[in-house]
Design a protein around this ligand. Structure first.
Ligand SMILES: Cc1cc2nc3c(=O)[nH]c(=O)nc-3n(C[C@H](O)[C@H](O)[C@H](O)COP(=O)(O)OP(=O)(O)OC[C@H]3O[C@@H](n4cnc5c(N)ncnc54)[C@H](O)[C@@H]3O)c2cc1C
Ligand SMILES: NC(=O)c1ccc[n+]([C@@H]2O[C@H](COP(=O)([O-])OP(=O)(O)OC[C@H]3O[C@@H](n4cnc5c(N)ncnc54)[C@H](O)[C@@H]3O)[C@@H](O)[C@H]2O)c1
Length: 433
């Protein structure tokens, strides 16, 4: 079958598909897993269904500061997880809607190029392969967890975000959890499970957690974690992993002292970064270039090295957030089906890490501004300086007195903006700076 447009991957790729269908074009969508992609089925959305109750636990715990005495909250894990699965199950509705669309063929298998305009779709041997031909291919196949090859890890067993939102979803919060990695996933799951009563240990190779943020942000979040009983082991490498009938054990080594210790836990969560899904695509058959890490090279028009193939979202390795993927999908839809061609710009990609407290960021950090030799000034306002914060019981001396920080250049241009706040304070901080 020949199509005008073939979209591979049903996350942000669906946005380009929708626009192609609006143009009356004959389209195909190829998806090997649940429709809706990572964000809906094993990423942003289900994790936030757990983050919100965790935030609530932390807010309840500090309610005495505003004159409300409460009992320790009780977690109804079945209720919380049921609500989460309801959201994940929205993928079924997406799939059935796609199946009903005129001008669209839906392929539930893994796509791999056989030429610059052809793709084979494999179904894991469950049925014969299909071949599709396309004038335009849109690649939006995303990324998956990258699991380091630690001695004994496979035998001991572990979870990743994919298996957590899948076959290894726990029947109740674990008693103890070791998380390997100190990035976004680690921070969010450490917050979720520590709030739900799990003893959490974070193991990270680098000198700090959240190492893409300002040092003071990492220090602040580390202090909050420690205050909530989370162990944060920085500069720490995993040596080996083992298991007996009671526990899993991670032997770790401090990179400076070379001291080895063992972390015992009920479960291990590997959150040490992601790798490209491009390896499933046989890109060599389509002359599509990847970089040294396997991400598809795209230019500012999201064009690949092959003129009829475009790529967007996590697969191009740039700012791996859903809103960035959506932004690229909008630009690409305009370029392919609209009147004028636009370039993408990554100058001001914002992000938020939904840990406790939440960390929001746009632009450069102070360290980056300094390194570039740009003259700048900073301005900072604490929760305890704004009425919203005072109403929430923050005082100057409080360890969790978060802040908003702006880095401004000589021409009064904002170079960087960082917000460290409870959800509720995001808006009032913005109003009061
Ligand atoms: C736990 C977690 C929490 C997150 N939270 C946030 C958040 O709060 N905010 C945020 O902005 N981002 C968040 N992200 C990141 C966000 O999920 C991704 O940036 C986003 O989903 C990328 O979208 P995409 O369309 O590029 O890829 P995806 O959504 O990953 O879609 C790619 C699709 O392609 C399919 N596929 C892969 N290979 C093939 C093939 N060969 N053939 C057919 N189909 C294929 C996959 O099955 C997948 O469905 C989170 C990620 C995780 C893991
Ligand atoms: N709120 C959000 O926007 C959000 C939330 C979750 C995930 N995400 C996205 O999901 C993707 C994956 O998140 P992630 O947290 O896995 O990746 P990440 O790249 O953010 O963090 C990886 C962490 O693992 C550490 N690490 C790497 N190898 C290690 C090792 N061998 N031992 C110990 N530590 C090691 C790194 O130092 C880093 O701290 C990211 O691209 C992120 O943008 C976004």
């Amino acid at each position: 079958m020949r199509y005008d447009v073939v979209v591979v991957g049903s996350g942000a790729g669906l946005m380009v598909l929708e626009e192609a269908l609006n143009q009356g074009l004959k389209c195909a969508i190829i998806e090997k897993a649940k429709f809706g992609g990572t964000c809906l089925t094993k990423g942003c959305i289900p994790s936030k269904m757990l983050v919100y109750p965790a935030d609530f636990v932390r807010e309840i715990e500090r309610s005495n500061r505003i004159g409300i005495n409460t009992c320790p909250p009780e977690i109804n894990w079945n209720f919380i997880s049921q609500k989460m699965w309801e959201q994940i199950n929205f993928h079924k509705k997406i799939e059935s809607n796609l199946l009903d669309m005129p001008n669209l063929d839906v392929y539930k298998g893994t796509g791999a190029f056989t030429g610059t305009d052809s793709m084979v779709i494999g179904y894991d041997g469950n049925r014969p392969d299909d071949i599709v031909y396309g004038d335009k291919f849109i690649i939006a196949v995303g990324a998956r967890s990258s699991v380091p090859n630690f001695e004994g890890l496979d035998q001991a067993g572990y979870i990743t975000s994919e298996t957590f939102f899948g076959e290894k979803f726990p029947a109740k919060p674990w008693k103890s959890l070791a998380i390997i990695g100190g990035g976004a996933i680690s921070m969010e799951f450490a917050h979720i499970f520590s709030a739900f009563g799990t003893k959490v240990t974070i193991i990270v190779r680098s000198s700090s957690i959240l190492n893409k943020e300002e040092e003071e942000i990492s220090e602040f979040v580390t202090k909050q974690f420690k205050g909530n009983g989370v162990d944060v082991l920085t500069n720490t490498s995993v040596v080996s992993v083992s298991k007996d009938q009671n526990s899993k054990y991670i032997t770790v080594e401090n990179q400076f002292t070379k001291e080895k210790t063992t972390v015992a836990c009920e479960e291990i969560f590997v959150a040490s970064g992601v790798q490209s899904n491009a390896d499933s695509l046989s890109l060599e058959n389509a002359n599509v270039e990847v970089d040294e890490k396997g991400w598809i090279r795209t230019n500012s028009y999201l064009e690949t090295s092959q003129k009829n193939i475009w790529a967007l979202g996590d697969i191009n390795g740039k700012y791996q957030f859903r809103h960035k993927a959506n932004y690229e999908a909008l630009i690409l839809s305009g370029n392919l089906f609209g009147k004028e061609k636009k370039e993408v710009s990554y100058d001001v990609v914002p992000w938020t890490i939904f840990t406790h407290p939440q960390v929001a960021h746009v632009g450069m950090t102070e360290k980056e501004v300094k390194a570039k030799g740009i003259p700048y000034k900073t301005a900072k306002n604490y929760y305890s300086d704004v009425v919203g914060g005072i109403a929430m019981g923050y005082r100057k001396r409080d360890e969790d007195n978060g802040f908003i920080k702006i880095i401004v250049g000589q021409d009064k241009k904002i170079l960087g903006f960082i917000l460290l706040a409870l959800r509720r304070l995001f808006c009032c901080s913005l109003l009061c700076i």
